[in-house]
Design a protein around this ligand. Structure first.
Ligand code: TGC
Ligand code: FAD
Length: 399
């Protein structure tokens, strides 16, 4: 009989190359040694830890799929494996990293000029600059097409006015990727704005990014609003290739794909923690793990981890071959986020009263996983349901 390893039920290991395993192990060691000891303080205090992005940058975890500019230049499967390891500690750390990689470095690399790439990418890769991505607005979340932020042409540059909200990294960001509707032709375009802090003491006037305090989840990451009060930006702030909403949505493809791996990492952590607890804790003179009802909770979560990782791996392989579509990414984002939240919530019950104590971690993951179901397509995955419904029927049901 071939031995069965519950930790890797469908033998994912054998589907990875040596290089992918090395990258995964490097990320795993970093997460265990650097992030895990910090996470309870970060969660309790809601303080953004300035050391985290530079530490990730030092071992090549930022913008890892980009070739050159000090980036690792690895494949999308490796990117997913990194997200899985980071989110096994906390979704907030993964958010911080995936915004930097997928929503800031990716658009600059894809849509920017050579000068923009040279200026920003090496420092973003090192974590010396922090980036954020402003698409969501107070009145336009699921439907960014209705955005109110506008850009007007002025002598040699642009004036941008409007606001964004619920923006990861915004309060600590130096580089703002801002999506605005352009008055001259009605198209949405992407701009790079420099905040007057740290590396850009002469940054833009009228750009502020106050923090949103007292979040119930993702407290290890920081989130803010962005206000742009007639911000005069130079002509070279425009990313020439970032034209149309499709450009903004193409950045979401990378981030949503990474989230599909990440949330499986969070569920794997919950499973390992619940299993250990169930083996150690005794009631009725027996370990909790000996009760059939407890075993069902573990088996259900375990099956979804196994299936979810396989589907993300498949989409990653297709993406690396240039054959992944946004609909495929909607399948894994929708499925894995929903399954991770549902099963983490059930595993939490195994802890009994201790579920209430944050040092048992599962409750923090449950709170975080609610948000992963909200951003990048909402809970209960309505937007991805409708993206898939449209693909299946040919009829859009958003409006
Ligand atoms: P629609 O007509 O569908 O498309 C407009 C244009 O965009 C193209 N397109 C895509 N291109 C590439 N990738 C995709 N995924 C694309 N989806 C659409 C499309 O082909 C079209 O191109 P063209 O050339 O024909 O003009 O646009 P719509 O306005 O009807 O929107 C549809 C909908 C609802 C799917 C879209 O608005 C949507 O995805 N809404 C959800 C919004 C969202 O996910 N926001 C995320 C904000 S960022 C964030 O949350 C970061 S959290 C990160 C963290 O902390 O980890
Ligand atoms: P709404 O769009 O108002 O949706 C409310 C409810 O209505 C949801 O249940 C939704 O599913 C439902 N709904 C909406 N339209 C339909 C429809 N057509 N059919 C059926 N149901 C519908 N955004 C960024 O741009 N950058 C970031 O870095 C970023 N980081 C975030 C970090 C955090 C912690 C959070 C919470 C959010 C972040 N977001 C970010 C914003 C996030 O992407 C939005 O919250 C999300 O897109 C949903 O928009 P909304 O909150 O306006 O909800």
């Amino acid at each position: 009989r071939v031995p069965f390893r519950w930790e890797d039920p469908l033998d994912l290991e054998s589907q990875l190359s040596e290089e992918e395993i090395t990258i995964r192990d490097t990320a795993r060691d970093f997460c265990r040694e650097y992030l895990a000891p910090r996470v309870l303080h970060a969660h309790r205090s809601e303080d953004f830890d300035n050391s985290v992005l530079p530490a990730m940058g030092a071992i090549g975890l930022l913008g890892p799929t980009i070739q050159g500019y000090g980036c690792a230049g690895v494949n999308y499967v490796s990117y997913g494996l990194i997200a899985r390891e980071i989110e096994s500690v906390d979704s907030g750390y993964r958010s911080t990293a995936s915004v930097q990689s997928s929503l800031v470095m990716h658009p600059i690399n894809t849509f920017g000029t050579d000068a923009q790439k040279q200026k920003y990418l090496p420092a973003l890769a090192k974590g010396e600059l922090i980036g954020c991505f402003g698409l969501t607005e107070p009145n336009h979340g699921s439907d960014p097409a209705g955005m109110d932020t506008i850009a007007e042409e002025t002598d040699g540059g642009f004036v941008i006015r409007g606001s964004k909200t619920w923006i990861t990294n915004a309060p600590v960001a130096d580089v703002f990727i801002i999506w605005a509707r352009c008055k001259w032709d009605g198209k949405v375009r992407g701009f790079i704005l420099e905040k007057a802090r740290r590396k850009f003491p002469n940054g833009l006037q009228g750009l502020t990014a106050p923090r949103i305090n007292n979040k119930l989840a993702l407290r290890a990451s920081t989130t803010g609003s962005i206000f742009m009060d007639d911000v005069h930006v130079p002509g070279d702030a425009l990313m020439p290739g970032a034209v149309g909403l499709g450009a903004a949505f193409s950045c979401l493809n990378s981030a949503r794909y990474g989230i599909s791996w990440g949330v499986m990492g969070a569920l794997e952590s919950c499973l390992a923690l619940a299993r250990k607890y169930a083996l150690e804790r005794h009631q009725f003179n027996r370990p909790l793990a000996s009760f059939q009802l407890v075993q069902k909770k573990l088996a259900d979560a375990h099956t979804e981890v196994a299936l979810g990782l396989q589907t993300s791996l498949r989409v990653g392989r297709l993406r690396d071959a240039g054959r992944a579509t946004p609909e495929m990414i909607s399948i894994v984002k929708r499925n894995n986020c929903g399954k991770a939240l549902g099963h983490a919530r059930v595993l939490l019950d195994i802890l009994g009263g201790n579920a209430t104590a944050d040092e048992y971690h599962i409750g923090r993951h449950v709170a975080n996983l609610q948000v992963t179901n909200t951003y990048e397509g909402t809970y209960p995955q309505d937007i991805h349901t409708l993206i898939l419904g449209r693909a299946i029927t040919g009829i859009q049901a958003f409006t």
